[in-house]
Design a binder for this molecule. Structure first.
Ligand code: KG4
Ligand code: ZN
Length: 352
């Protein structure tokens, strides 16, 4: 392996504009993230048109900052990678055009990286987790269980039938008036609550597949909140937040348990990796740690900055297949499943 292959990574598929420089030996020379959180907070969620414009404003600055931090010039780059999907298409186009322009000008290879693959391979950047492993990807846009067998070879065990786990946090937090993003707000306030005081459902617990469903939880949260506001019991908002966090943790643990059994049947017990913004939640980590222990799996969680959207994971995913670049006519993809052959969840449409 050529140790000096320097990859520029660009991420712009949601509400973070990010650029990173990563070496093929796994050294991260720079990882810069410009968050649009404040811009979207006023709207209680990401507004696609505003996001695209903000990416356009930030992209050059963020790439420049990454080059400066890494102490390199454009001429030192050996490859340019950008998220090519799935995601909000306006943002994906901005990052893709930037990477293609740099690749063309510098005559270096261009890589269109699947954002989910970025998350899926990220544990190998820091922990050198070996193939195959089981990945629980839990973010604002995705909730999936995947067997990661090699770069480009994924078997999807399960996905959400409706909301993602992060969405369950975000939408519930909005109902409770806790602001955006909801996950960190709920975790903070849940620390002061008692989960046992409010009963919430555990959708799909015990089901004989590995899919998820979270939309019923936000409806239940709205009902319990109305009862709390009507002041008909001892429970308060912190108790509701604690109960929601426990319900989501239970659902994730139950589905992960089933997936670990399936994975172990095929490959033997290995490592369960949790990635995505929701992986930052301590209660969820603890719950999954117990479940992994019982199944004989090791648990690996990349550091928080690598769990949330970033460009180092995009650069790394490209480095894992640096000898197979993409054509410059690659068209950004709003939907791009990692496992195109995956069976859909029973009876419902699937999010890619
Ligand atoms: O991976 P990410 O940064 O962006 C996406 O690709 O979506 O994930 C963002 C999601 C949001 O839904 C946010 O509420 C959730 O991750 N999140 C958390 C926590 N920190 C972020 N959820 C629960 N607990 C947290 N501490
Ligand atoms: Zn993501």
């Amino acid at each position: 392996m050529n140790d000096t292959f320097l990859m520029l990574g660009i991420e712009s598929s949601c509400d973070e504009t990010a650029a990173a420089i990563v070496n093929s030996d796994g050294t991260i020379l720079a990882s810069e993230v410009a968050s649009q959180m404040e811009v979207h907070a006023a709207h209680g969620g990401v507004v696609p048109e505003i996001a695209a414009r903000a990416h356009l404003d930030a992209i050059d600055v963020v790439i420049g900052r990454a080059m400066e931090t890494a102490g390199i010039a454009m001429g030192d780059l050996d490859g340019g990678a950008a998220t090519g999907g799935p995601g909000l298409i306006g943002g994906v186009v901005v990052g893709t055009v930037a990477a293609k322009a740099i690749a063309t000008a510098r005559r270096i290879p261009y890589y269109a990286v699947n954002h989910l693959e970025g998350h899926a391979l990220s544990p190998r950047l820091v922990d050198k987790v070996g193939f195959p492993y089981l990945l629980l990807l839990v973010s604002g846009g995705h909730t999936q269980l995947l067997a990661v067998r090699a770069p480009g070879i994924y078997e999807r065990y399960g996905t959400t039938m409706d909301d993602a786990a992060g969405e369950a946090f975000d939408k519930s937090a909005k109902i409770m008036g806790l602001g955006y993003p909801g996950g960190p707000a709920i975790e903070r306030i849940a620390a002061k609550g008692n989960a046992r005081l409010v009963q919430l459902p555990r959708p799909l617990r015990g089901a004989n597949h590995c899919h998820f469903s979270f939309s019923g939880l936000k409806t239940a949260v709205a009902t319990r909140l109305a009862a709390i506001e009507a002041d008909d019991g001892e429970a308060g908002i912190p108790d509701l937040a604690a109960s929601l966090q426990a319900a989501i943790a239970d659902c994730l643990a139950d589905r992960a348990k089933r997936a670990m059994a399936r994975f172990a049947d095929a490959h033997g017990p290995a490592t369960l990796v949790i990635a995505g913004g929701v992986a930052a939640n301590k209660a969820i980590f603890t719950r999954l740690e117990t479940e992994a222990d019982k199944a004989g799996f090791a648990l690996s969680v990349p550091p928080a900055w690598l769990c949330t959207d970033n460009a180092a994971m995009i650069a790394w995913a490209a480095l894992e297949r640096k000898d197979s670049p993409d054509d410059l006519d690659f068209a950004p993809r709003p939907r791009w499943p990692l496992d195109p052959d995956a069976a859909p969840p029973p009876g419902r449409g699937v999010r890619a």
